[in-house]
Write a protein that binds this ligand. Structure first.
Ligand code: NAD
Length: 329
């Protein structure tokens, strides 16, 4: 496809994933020409890139093919990741660290070779120290509290290493780096089954699958707290960061903190079913976590536009539909 002189070209790494798929769609709506790259296409049909390269970004040759010198900017979202069942069991730690670090190392090095300056990197709230997240009612996740570092997972340690890697490339190679720390992004067209799904999708699936009068299992005592942000809101935050002269790292999340049991009750309420919660042992991560949006409000004037329940209603409807389609097969 021919691109006009004025049309900006973007590369989205991880375009076959949840947030990457939504980001490609948004960039297309904004008039970009978009190249997506991922080991897989988006399984829910969220594939709007002008060009999609199926390739492994751990391989420098693949990276050399997709990072071309005509790119205006790069969005680096590819990572070996999943929810608590993937990240907190310990069994995937070596793969998570090796694979994600390699991707980041390769992409940055190729950007320098090709003279591409502007890059977005998706870090995570998982970089925040465990010692500040022991009280479920009063967690601390302001940006400067990241150090002294003590993430509770190797996924978080890799993200922190890679934040520093991107910042080092900014310092030494003049890259214009933008780093966001996402806090639990959820929504339609996200992973909802298979072991890598995160809590919001898993709870929606369990409630959708349960019969009226039934029981669902929730990992932990249910008092652990989190905040969740709808993917559409996250994309607006990414755009604002990219359009600004601020590098971050900055939180992109919601400050509407909720316990996991209360979240489950919210989903049950949306379903209209009568369902009992059964708390069982399972991987849960830190006791409490909430986004602190002081910095992003000050620097970008951004805050979520809708309450949690609005996004959860949309997500529940989508997951219930996926489940129905699966049961019909
Ligand atoms: P996702 O798993 O849906 O997307 C990541 C994509 O990266 C996947 O499609 C995967 O196939 C791809 N990928 C993995 N290894 C690859 C490789 N070697 N080569 C090419 N592609 C590869 O996850 P997501 O929820 O869309 O997350 C996107 C980014 O945001 C990730 O970096 C993640 O760590 C970060 N993040 C997400 C959340 C969240 O709540 N979803 C929270 C914090 C940070």
């Amino acid at each position: 496809m021919l691109t006009s002189m004025a049309q900006k070209k973007a590369l989205v790494c991880g375009a076959g994933g949840f947030i990457g798929g939504h980001l490609v769609k948004c960039l297309k709506q904004d008039g970009y020409w978009v190249r997506g790259v991922d080991v897989k296409q988006n399984e829910f049909g969220n594939n709007y890139a002008d060009e999609f390269v199926t390739g492994d970004l751990r391989n420098p040759q693949v990276v050399a093919e997709v990072v071309t010198d005509d790119l205006f900017e790069v969005y680096q979202l590819a990572a070996d990741m999943g929810g608590a069942g993937f990240v907190f069991t310990g069994t995937n730690d070596a793969a998570i660290m090796h694979n994600s670090a390699l991707i980041n190392l390769n992409v940055l090095e190729e950007m320098v070779k090709k003279g591409i300056k502007k890059v977005f990197y998706s870090s995570s709230a998982c970089i925040y120290p465990e010692y500040n997240q022991l009280d479920p009612d009063n967690p601390k996740c302001s940006e400067e509290s990241a150090y002294p570092a003590a993430p509770d997972s190797d996924y978080g340690w890799e993200k922190l290493f890679s934040e520093r890697l991107f910042l080092a490339y900014a310092r030494n190679h003049g890259l214009d780096v933008k780093i966001a720390r996402f806090h639990n992004i959820f929504g339609p067209q996200g992973t909802w089954i298979g072991g890598r799904e995160k809590a919001p999708a898993a709870v929606c699936r369990k409630v959708a699958a349960a019969k009226d009068g039934g029981v669902i299992d929730i990992w932990g005592d249910g008092k652990q707290t989190r905040s969740f942000l709808l993917v559409d809101e996250c994309i607006v935050g990414i755009k604002k960061l990219m359009e600004s002269d601020f590098s971050g790292p900055v939180n992109i999340g919601s400050e509407e903190m909720i316990s996991i049991n209360h979240f489950a009750e919210m989903v049950i309420g949306i379903s209209g079913k009568n369902i009992t919660i059964n708390n069982i042992s399972g991987p849960t991560g830190v006791r409490g976590r909430n986004s602190d949006n002081t910095l992003i409000k000050e620097k970008l004037g951004w805050a979520p536009s809708e309450p949690l329940v609005a996004g959860v209603s949309k997500t529940y409807a989508w997951i219930a539909e996926q489940l129905e389609n699966l049961q019909m097969v």
